[in-house]
Design a protein around this ligand. Structure first.
Ligand code: ATP
Ligand code: MG
Length: 401
């Protein structure tokens, strides 16, 4: 098999391969970039693998950076963009089900391809477009099959994260899981407990953001993997319900968590706890809490108070989830218009602030003070008061002093 039409990312990186070859070594594009080229979808990153050892790569090129030299990876900067070149390697004795105890550099491409997770990820391509396919990855690409390289039981036993990656690629590519591979995931699902939550998190969110998340979620449940993820043992029914949603196209991680919170019947604060258990950032947790609060608000997403508190983007995210649930009652346009019409879009827009109440009215910070500021904001949002300094002060003087 020969690839004749190269994506631009390959065209730009060919000089790196040629330079390595000229020095007497082998070099190939490998893994996800070859897979995605064959599928005709955009590449995320270009990985190059070579028979040259890291020290040899550093001699061949003028400008290199040691980005992961202990794993054999050197970044080559000679040809415009940086390209990561990784020496062919084998990984041995995974004693903890997650990281190889050590990697060994080898001169054989075959050895390197054998350590890769899935047949569709174990493809390599040389500078002329010739594809190396040791495990029938091309057939699996054509037949849309996720299959572990070699003995699936051993592969998942070596590195349990590969089980989540398998589920993730089903969803991203709309592929089916080969039956031996599926059986091996069922048998080894419990090993997922050994994997850092942060790494499971990345794969789970990629699963939800894929083009057919239902497929991935369904296998995530049926193989038992979900039980070994933080808190998910309690939410099997919600996960099943998610896998049955027709129009499940999520656009951001925020949307993923808002949907999970809803499907698991969690109040926003409980969703925040779930997210903390999944090691989410505080910033993300805060945004999800706002969007989920908006989603559950009875007054609807065009309510000025909801829009003010939630902001435009998070309100649109909440509306997208309502659409997925067939519960949306407004269009995105209506939300955008209502947002543009807000007299104030943030506290900084209010013509009176706390210091004005202190300086000009002689108020002292305290409960009354906070109530006054909230009342001003509500009056403006309800259109009962203009956002005018003098009028706002008069309102406070009358009602709060
Ligand atoms: P994407 O970049 O779209 O997430 P990818 O397949 O390129 O997908 P990467 O994580 O970038 O995934 O890894 C690059 C390649 O390294 C993979 O295609 C695969 O060959 C190999 N690989 C990555 N992670 C593993 C793993 N846990 N076990 C075995 N091989 C792996
Ligand atoms: Mg990649």
């Amino acid at each position: 098999m020969k690839i004749t039409k190269f994506p631009n990312e390959f065209v730009n990186a060919i000089p790196v391969l040629k330079t390595i070859e000229k020095a007497g070594f082998e070099a190939y594009f490998v893994g996800g970039c070859v897979r995605d080229t064959l599928l005709g979808i955009p590449l995320h990153d270009v990985d190059i693998t070579s028979s040259a050892y890291p020290a040899e790569i550093k001699e061949i090129f003028n400008r290199t950076v040691d980005t992961g030299i202990e794993h054999g990876t050197v970044m080559v900067l000679d040809h415009g963009e940086g390209y990561e070149v990784t020496t062919f390697r084998t990984e041995s004795t995974y004693q903890d089900f997650r990281r190889p105890d050590h990697v060994t550099f080898v001169r054989s491409l075959d050895e390197d391809l054998k350590r890769r997770d899935l047949t569709i990820n174990a493809l390599a391509m040389d500078a002329d477009g010739n594809v190396v396919d040791l495990f029938h990855g091309l057939d699996d690409l054509k037949n849309k099959i996720i299959r572990a390289v070699g003995n699936p039981h051993e592969r998942y036993h070596e590195d349990a994260l590969r089980m989540m990656r398998s589920i993730r690629f089903m969803s991203q590519l709309d592929f089916n899981l080969e039956s031996e591979t599926e059986k091996a995931i069922e048998d080894n699902a419990h090993l997922l407990e050994k994997i850092a939550v942060e790494r499971i998190h990345v794969e789970w969110i990629k699963t939800l953001l894929g083009q057919r998340p239902q497929l991935g979620i369904q296998k995530f449940i049926s193989t038992g993997l979900y039980q070994y993820c933080p808190d998910f043992a309690d939410y099997k029914d919600g996960l099943i319900a998610m896998s049955k949603l027709d129009q499940l196209h999520l656009d951001s991680e925020i949307e993923c968590w808002v949907l999970m919170g809803h499907m698991f019947s969690l109040k926003p604060q409980k969703t925040a706890k779930l997210m903390r258990d999944w090691k989410s950032s505080n910033d993300l947790i805060n945004q999800v809490e706002l969007a989920q609060t908006a989603l559950e608000c009875q007054s609807g997403l065009t309510d000025p108070h909801v829009l003010f508190e939630t902001g435009k983007e998070l309100t649109l995210a909440a509306n997208h989830i309502l659409k997925i649930l067939n519960q949306s009652t407004v269009t995105d346009e209506a939300i955008k218009t209502a947002y543009e019409e807000l007299p104030i879009k943030g506290n900084a827009d209010i013509a009176v602030d706390g210091s004005a109440l202190i300086k000009e009215l002689g108020m002292k910070p305290g409960p009354q003070f906070g109530k006054a500021l909230t009342a001003i904001k509500d009056q403006i949002l309800d259109g009962k008061l203009a956002n005018d300094h003098d009028q706002l002060l008069a309102f406070v003087r009358e009602n709060f002093m």
